[in-house]
Design a protein around this ligand. Structure first.
Ligand code: ATP
Ligand code: MG
Length: 158
């Protein structure tokens, strides 16, 4: 369906803010306009939930999570940045593989199966978007994803 995605993101972030127990600060950099994308809303919610719960899981106490939405020429770019422990260079590409978890011992303590990002990647690619990560060990991680913008034809109502 063609939907305005901005309220969807606010709704997801509201839910995380309501439920958070950790001392984590959320920073929203979301444009105040209507941005239409052609998506399965439940699936995009699942992707955003996965990335947000990782950001929280791997954040230090008192850390900040920045949720940014940028409207580019033909696509929407979302980025979710944390100030957590980060991922080293050789491993950052692998986090989208099924069952891959950086530092088994550390991850085991924090729980999870290593499927969240692999599923997110499948969903984003099915929407003709891209997903990638950039990370600096000790500084934090940013996960990006894009979604194509829908162009509304003149005169058409749907
Ligand atoms: P699941 O999502 O299935 O509960 P998971 O969180 O371990 O388990 P993914 O979400 O696929 O699995 O992430 C894969 C691995 O990538 C994680 O185990 C973790 O090592 C690393 N990772 C993901 N996000 C971050 C992040 N924000 N900071 C640091 N490491 C991360
Ligand atoms: Mg996860």
């Amino acid at each position: 369906k063609r939907i305005d995605i901005i309220p969807v993101f606010h709704h997801i972030l509201d839910r995380f803010e309501m439920n958070k127990t950790e001392l984590i600060h959320f920073d929203r950099k979301i444009p105040n306009e209507r941005i239409f994308v052609w998506v399965d809303q439940d699936k995009i919610t699942q992707v955003t939930d996965n990335i947000m719960s990782n950001a929280i899981k791997y954040s230090p106490e008192g850390g900040k999570i920045t949720f940014q939405v940028v409207k580019e020429a033909h696509r929407l770019r979302v980025s979710i940045s944390d100030q957590g422990l980060g991922i080293d260079r050789e491993k950052v590409e692998k986090i989208f593989e099924r069952f891959y978890r950086v530092d088994k011992a550390r991850s085991r303590e924090l729980g999870g199966t290593g499927l969240g990002l692999a599923i997110s990647k499948e969903i984003i690619e099915a929407h003709h978007g891209q997903i990638w990560a950039s990370s600096k060990e000790g500084k934090g991680t940013t996960i990006y994803f894009t979604l194509p913008l829908t162009k509304r034809k003149r005169g058409s109502r749907k």
